[in-house]
Design a protein. Structure first.
Length: 236
């Protein structure tokens, strides 16, 4: 009986209400900003505060967080709020769907419920300084030995192939990658899987991550089980 209850819990945690999934990229960003991060307007990589502006955007206060992107590319996006896929959409199974192969990501976003469930998954969206999001592009995460910081006080390092997030948020990012692999069959190597497990254990969820997870569950119908594993009350 106990085993049956555990199975039911795991199933219910991962049940997504299709009707609650946003049906456009602008709506997904609006929901993330106004219903998840409404009282936590802080970018993920650099800890910069932002002020909401327009339907789903915002303006970054780069001075408050010591952010300096003057020596990097995409300077026009230094004060622009982006909503970033922690797991880039191009690295998800959505890219192999017919709507993308024969059309584009935008076609999938408009026409495919399966693609929308992946691309608009709120667990995979975080607020980011537009410049860092565009610098990262669709690279994977990893450790960069000896790479110097180039964005002022922001601990964000990159090469053409790898982005290294700060130790302070590696666990958060790892749990999103593990979730996306578990939930949406995102391909990760054994080496990446072990790295993400190490990151998750060395940087467990803080109070905000639990709150974020709970809000997304209310909105989307499912939680991130890799966050739930750390909860002191997983059955509640």
């Amino acid at each position: 009986m106990k085993l049956l209850c555990v199975f039911f819990l795991m199933f219910s945690i991962n049940l997504v209400n299709a009707s609650s999934i946003p049906t456009s990229w602008s709506k997904a960003k609006e929901v993330a900003r106004d219903k998840v991060y409404f009282d936590h307007a802080i970018t993920k990589y650099c800890g910069c505060p932002y002020e909401p502006k327009g339907v789903s955007g915002g303006v970054i206060d780069n001075i408050a967080c010591g952010y300096d992107g003057s020596e990097a590319k995409y300077k026009n996006a230094i004060t622009v709020l982006d909503w970033e896929h922690v797991v880039p959409a191009s690295l998800t199974p959505a890219k192999q769907m017919a709507c993308w192969v024969n059309g584009s990501r935008h076609v999938c976003e408009r026409t495919s419920k399966d693609a929308q469930a992946i691309i608009f998954d709120l667990h995979n969206l975080v607020p980011s300084v537009g410049q860092t999001n565009r610098i990262r592009s669709d690279t994977r995460y990893g450790i960069i030995e000896g790479e110097a910081r180039k964005l002022g006080q922001c601990d964000f390092e990159w090469t053409d192939d790898i982005t290294e997030p700060s130790e302070l948020i590696r666990g958060d990012m790892a749990r999103i990658w593990l979730y996306m692999s578990y939930k949406h069959d995102v391909d990760i190597s054994e080496e990446e899987y072990l790295m993400f497990l190490r990151w998750s254990l060395s940087d467990p969820p803080d109070e905000w991550e639990f709150i974020r997870n709970s809000r997304i569950k209310e909105l989307q119908g499912n939680s991130n089980i890799f966050v739930d594993m750390f909860s002191p009350h997983p059955m509640e």
